[in-house]
Design a protein around this ligand. Structure first.
Ligand code: ADP
Ligand code: MG
Length: 238
């Protein structure tokens, strides 16, 4: 399995905006070699939890652990250097840079050595080698999602957080995404993804956490969680 794959743990994480707890005491673990999915309606707190895990936001209470080490107080760049990589719900690429440059920038932010080789490997893995010199501004959404994923992978992550990775992907791209994520998990990487596509979740996830109003309503195997009426009730809002 992958050298140095991590285990990401949230313990009692709370994040408030004004008086409202967007994340309200969440316990969660993303173990090595597993695909863990986070589901729930819009506003449930999934992206805010991701921010607390990646360091984009500081939790008001609770702890975030990487391999048992408390990283709660570490800023985002320090967590990234420890191997926490993420993608965002809103696509975040540099439009004037090429595909390869976008991926390389991400790799160089985090790693001192081998950024170019890691960039080439990630581009190949995600089927982007032919598009490497295309300016990002000219690419369709599905390709940009893949560019973001390549950038996260080129950083050599020990944990990978993906916020809505299948949004904007067509069926072929979604199938490629699923195959890549499965291969990464088989290689030992822990994956945590926010995902609305329940078909993809049930196909991929080893464990599912369902959130509503900042809390984990239920967690367990995909078949059980997705069939839980407390989860089903909330789908209409997504
Ligand atoms: P999800 O990703 O599950 O759709 P979010 O984490 O984006 O949910 O949002 C959870 C709640 O926190 C929502 O009520 C949202 O409006 C609120 N929220 C998120 N970010 C902010 C912010 N920067 N300032 C104020 N409220 C926010
Ligand atoms: Mg979100």
């Amino acid at each position: 399995s992958r050298a140095g794959a991590g285990r990401l743990t949230a313990r009692g994480v709370v994040r408030r905006f004004g008086g409202i707890a967007a994340v309200d005491g969440v316990d969660l673990v993303a173990p090595p070699g597993r695909i863990t999915a986070l589901v729930g309606p819009n506003g449930a707190g999934k992206s805010t939890l991701f921010d607390c895990l990646s360091g984009a936001a500081r939790p008001d209470e609770g702890r975030v652990l990487l391999d048992g080490c408390d990283i709660t107080r570490l800023p985002e760049h320090a967590r990234a250097r420890l191997g926490l990589a993420r993608t965002f719900q809103r696509i975040a690429v540099f439009p004037t840079l090429t595909v390869a440059e976008n991926v390389l920038v991400g790799a160089e932010q985090v790693r001192r050595h081998g950024a170019r080789a890691a960039t080439d490997r990630a581009l190949t893995l995600l089927g982007l080698a032919a598009a490497r010199d295309a300016p990002a501004a000219e690419l369709p959404t599905g390709t940009l999602r893949m560019v973001e994923l390549a950038r996260a992978l080129a950083a050599g992550p020990r944990v990978l957080l993906l916020d809505e990775p299948s949004v904007g992907l067509d069926a072929a791209e979604t199938a490629r995404l699923a195959a890549v994520l499965r291969a990464l998990a088989a290689d030992g990487l822990p994956l945590l993804l926010v995902e609305h596509d329940t078909e993809l979740v049930s196909e991929l996830a080893d464990a599912v956490y369902a959130m509503a109003a900042g809390r984990v309503v239920t967690a367990g195997p995909a078949a059980r969680v997705l069939a839980d009426p407390r989860v089903g009730l909330s789908w209409g809002e997504a």
